[in-house]
Design a binder for this molecule. Structure first.
Ligand SMILES: NC(=O)c1ccc[n+]([C@@H]2O[C@H](COP(=O)([O-])OP(=O)(O)OC[C@H]3O[C@@H](n4cnc5c(N)ncnc54)[C@H](O)[C@@H]3O)[C@@H](O)[C@H]2O)c1
Length: 344
């Protein structure tokens, strides 16, 4: 079996999930971890039995025995410089969304990866959620005829919203709806988005900051199909990082709905009331199994690098999603629709 050396830069919540998915995997020759938070680094290094643990990511990138890296850092402004350095050091990269802060930065990362023959992919983990994968399969097999209109509405807790908005000024479209925009564009390929209209609202978070609460993004595709994606982050605390999603696809010959609200498992205790375990977007380990999409996504990237196979999420696809959420933010600001591509 082909084995490779793997590095993870940033082992907070998500990087920790990835480290545990990779620990002791037969395709991993050795796992190396990095974080600027010494206590968290020591904790994840011990749990994942990492071969090395460093605080400066440049030390990890200088290690010639590492072929591929996961970049799971926050704040999001760290993504572009660390990814650029990783690609220039000759490593394959899985970068958490967002790909970059500007489209110019994203284009540069994609160009470096292409020139050097390196894999570059973005952590759009929902593509590895079996329910989401089923929606794509059903659409592509024509089970509901031609799609006419699609809706994805996602809301996460205010606890997660506060964490995200405390470190970045990126909008709900850029930070949350980005997953579902990617998912719908992936389902509807080769259709292309031609127009975006967006409206955002903010009442709760505005009590303490300039942050928005929710954003709707209405995308028109080049055959007239409409896609409506909504994302918000002010739900009450149902569970740490609880995420609630509803998908509805209406076609010429049928409809498909998916309730991904995680209400099927409810833990009710006198101490804490009703909680919904296993309900965060990446998922969580439950003893010997992983409940969620991120472990599968992590192992897919490992396998793609070890056996030189294609990654599921192409960087150009993530770049298109940047165009859509940037158009959405502009549309909300101007109160009018924005045409895509922007420079045409
Ligand atoms: N795919 C998903 O479902 C999903 C879910 C949540 C978050 N995310 C994305 O994953 C990323 C990480 O989110 P998180 O919730 O794990 O954040 P987090 O804050 O819990 O962890 C980030 C870690 O990066 C470390 N870090 C920051 N700068 C560093 C540097 N220069 N070198 C090394 N380590 C550094 C921090 O110390 C921290 O431990 C975010 O960009 C977010 O958008 C994806």
């Amino acid at each position: 079996m082909q084995q490779i050396g793997i590095g993870i830069i940033g082992v907070g919540w998500v990087g920790g999930v990835r480290a545990m998915a990779l620990a002791d995997h037969p395709q991993v020759r050795a796992l190396h971890v990095c974080d600027i938070r010494r206590d968290r680094l020591a904790e994840v290094a011990a749990l994942s039995r990492a071969a090395s643990a460093v605080e400066d990511y440049r030390d990890l990138l200088a290690n010639p025995a590492i072929e591929a890296v996961f970049i799971s850092t926050t704040p999001e402004s760290t993504h572009y410089p660390i990814c650029r350095d990783a690609l220039l050091a000759g490593k394959h990269v899985l970068l958490e969304k967002p790909l970059a802060q500007t489209t110019a930065e994203a284009d540069e990362l994609i160009a470096i990866a292409r020139k050097r023959g390196l894999k570059l992919t973005v952590g759009y983990s929902q593509r590895f959620n079996p329910r989401f994968a089923y929606v794509r399969k059903a659409i592509r097999e024509g089970l509901i005829g031609e799609p006419v209109t699609c809706l994805v509405s996602r809301n996460v807790t205010r606890e997660l919203g506060s964490k995200v908005t405390g470190r970045t000024r990126l909008s709900p479209a850029a930070m949350e709806a980005t997953h579902d925009l990617d998912f719908m564009m992936w389902c509807l390929q080769p259709l292309k988005p031609i127009r975006v209209y967006s409206q955002a609202s903010g009442k709760f978070m505005r009590r303490t900051s300039e942050t928005l609460d929710h954003q709707w993004v209405l995308v028109t595709m080049d055959d007239g199909t409409t896609v409506n994606v909504g994302a918000g982050w002010i739900l009450p605390l149902g569970y740490p990082n609880y995420s609630h999603t509803w998908i509805e696809v209406i076609g010429t010959e049928g409809s498909l709905t998916v309730d991904d609200s995680h209400k099927e498992v409810a833990l009710n205790t006198v101490a804490h009331g009703i909680r919904y375990p296993m309900s965060s977007m990446p998922g969580e380990a439950v003893d010997h199994v992983f409940a969620g999409s991120m472990a599968n996504e992590t192992l897919h990237f490992l396998d793609a690098c070890a056996r030189d196979r294609e990654v599921l999420v192409k960087p150009e696809e993530a770049r298109l999603i940047m165009d859509i959420y940037e158009a959405a933010d502009l549309s909300d600001e101007r109160g009018e629709a924005v045409s895509l591509p922007r420079n045409s």
